[in-house]
Write a new protein. Structure first.
Length: 226
């Protein structure tokens, strides 16, 4: 009798140990994406810094600008300067073969940022190319609306400048346009692809002193609800 009782108890314990609880459902992935592909004159330098700088104020007359003189902004860009018309709220940083997204939370020095983690995907299709896939809902989580447009600039620098007393002009850099100030305004209303020279200043090679920083081509694909 006792032997059968122990067998029955052991069976119950085994069944309890094998019980599986249903997995918690994961939040559905957003179908709203921005795919940025950047091409440079030479292979990507793992020790240089590459940025996708983003402004979301829905004002096409303001946008991200590189920091070329002191006080050096956040070391590579100008997060906010109403005189220059510069504003940066989000950015992707590509450094040493990895990519991280950030949000600037305080628009005054030291320009405190919050990490948003890695993007949905990133790759290096060619030695001189960077491709970053950003989930727009990673930047604008519900219930926040996705803005009508984003202003973008693609800024590359060979060093982060943080000394406000250093007035040595920056030489190792590139961004959109001959001087880096020609940010672009991208509408987000529908699925579209935008490319170099399509209504903007044509980005060409030879306007940067360092080939690995010299942006020669770009493409931005907006994907909405697909």
């Amino acid at each position: 009798m006792f032997r059968f009782w122990w067998l029955f108890a052991g069976l119950l314990i085994g069944l309890c140990g094998c019980a599986k609880f249903p997995k918690q459902p994961l939040a559905p992935a957003s179908r709203d994406r921005m795919v940025v592909t950047l091409t440079y004159a030479a292979p990507i330098d793992a020790n240089a810094f590459y940025y996708i700088a983003i402004d979301d104020d829905d004002d096409p007359t303001t946008g991200p600008l590189p920091a070329l003189t002191r006080p050096w902004g956040n070391g590579w860009g100008v997060p906010l300067d109403t005189t220059l018309g510069s504003r940066i709220h989000f950015f992707a940083e590509i450094f040493r073969q990895s990519v991280q997204l950030f949000q600037i939370q305080v628009f005054q020095p030291p320009f405190t940022t919050r990490s948003l983690g890695p993007p949905v995907d990133f790759s290096f299709p060619q030695p001189n190319q960077i491709r970053v896939v950003i989930d727009l809902r990673q930047l604008f989580p519900l219930p926040n609306p996705i803005p009508n447009r984003l202003e973008l600039n693609f800024i590359s620098v060979n060093e982060i400048k943080g000394n406000p007393q250093d007035n040595t002009p920056r030489t190792g850099y590139d961004a959109l346009g001959p001087t880096g100030n020609d940010f672009i305004s991208i509408p987000l209303s529908s699925t579209q692809t935008f490319s170099n020279g399509q209504g903007w200043v044509q980005e060409t090679s030879g306007d940067a002193q360092i080939d690995a920083l010299d942006l020669t081509d770009w493409e931005v694909r907006i994907v909405r609800g697909q």
